[in-house]
Design a protein around this ligand. Structure first.
Ligand SMILES: Nc1ncnc2c1ncn2[C@@H]1O[C@H](COP(=O)(O)OP(=O)(O)OP(=O)(O)O)[C@@H](O)[C@H]1O
Ligand SMILES: [Mg+2]
Length: 294
């Protein structure tokens, strides 16, 4: 058996979709342009999903930038680098956050997962498969922009939330991200549900209108489909909460922004049983890396 075959076997063994074992729902939060509200979405969505009774784990895949820990106000002792380079088990690098929300920091030592060698990916896949038993939902916060590393995450998950804002540059960058997904060789329409969340809107209608405009162009020029997830208003309470290193859902539970995150979490949970998309589990996220390496 050569090394490529060995790796494929590991993934096959970790691919639990065919079995009755539990796999986590993996939701990747991404954007074309930076600073549009991904990390706030990831943290507050996680909190709202937790409030709806889900066990949740946040995975900060924005390597090098400690977005989530700063927003959460929690300092992780270990990070994913300790799993890959220093033989820690994945359970040892989980930081317990508020409300029992688990959190894994990507750390600063990993310069994108694309740079890992086969042995390191093997270690990672083996460890990540353990997460399926620890959470109902895994929220993956990515960095901004259409880098290979971000696209790899987006392509490998089964659900994507694309965060955009009404700024013209944000809309064009969102379209560029969709175009990049569309032309990625790993893209299969039936495997990836893409939902758009519009942040910093002045009214709910503004969010819907913006989505409609984007959707017209997408339908005309791309072979993928997008769905509308909802809008989060421009709300000073987000800024104030960030300044105090506490998620807006905790600091200002009755703010407009918090209610918008609540609505989005409800949409995500509603109709969960009828989900057409297959839950692939977290280990599957990395199948593409292995394919590329072999
Ligand atoms: N709905 C909102 N209303 C007001 N301010 C907001 C809103 N959403 C985000 N912000 C502001 O924008 C900043 C950036 O948000 P956030 O860190 O979530 O973006 P990001 O997409 O994760 O950024 P990056 O690309 O750098 O990771 C926040 O610190 C906050 O001040
Ligand atoms: Mg961020």
């Amino acid at each position: 058996m050569d090394q490529a075959e060995q790796l494929r076997n590991i993934v096959r063994m970790n691919n639990k979709t065919e079995k009755t074992e539990k796999v986590a729902r993996v939701i990747t939060v991404t954007s074309g342009k930076g600073g549009v509200g991904k990390s706030n979405m990831s943290v507050n969505l996680a909190i709202q999903l937790r409030k709806l009774g889900k066990s949740v784990l946040i995975f900060d895949a924005d390597f090098g930038l400690a977005n989530i820990e700063v927003l959460f106000g929690a300092i992780p002792k270990y990070n994913l680098g300790d799993v890959i380079y220093r033989n820690k088990n994945i359970k040892e690098v989980i930081t317990a956050g508020p409300m029992g929300i688990k959190f894994i920091s990507g750390g600063t030592g990993i310069d994108g997962l694309g740079n890992l060698n086969k042995g390191q990916i093997e270690t990672l896949v083996n460890n990540l498969s353990e997460l399926d038993n620890l959470a109902d939902v895994i929220v993956v916060d990515t960095g901004a922009g259409i880098s290979d590393s971000v696209l790899d995450f987006v392509m490998s998950g089964s659900e994507v939330i694309l965060v955009t804002t009404p700024e013209p540059t944000s809309i064009t960058d969102s379209y560029s991200m969709l175009k990049a997904i569309n032309r990625n060789s790993n893209y299969k329409k039936s495997n990836l549900q893409i939902r758009v969340a519009v942040n910093k809107v002045s009214s709910q209608n503004e969010g819907k209108a913006l989505f409609s405009k984007l959707n017209v162009v997408v339908q005309r020029f791309l072979e993928l489909s997008i769905e509308y997830l909802g809008a989060i208003p421009m709300d000073d309470s987000i800024y104030k909460a960030v300044m105090q290193q506490s998620p807006v859902s905790f600091k200002f539970p009755n703010s407009k922004a918090t209610r918008a995150y609540e609505d989005i979490a409800k949409i995500i949970v509603s109709g969960e049983e009828e989900q057409i998309i297959s839950k692939k589990g977290i280990a599957h996220l990395f199948t593409n890396f292995i394919r590329k390496k072999t």
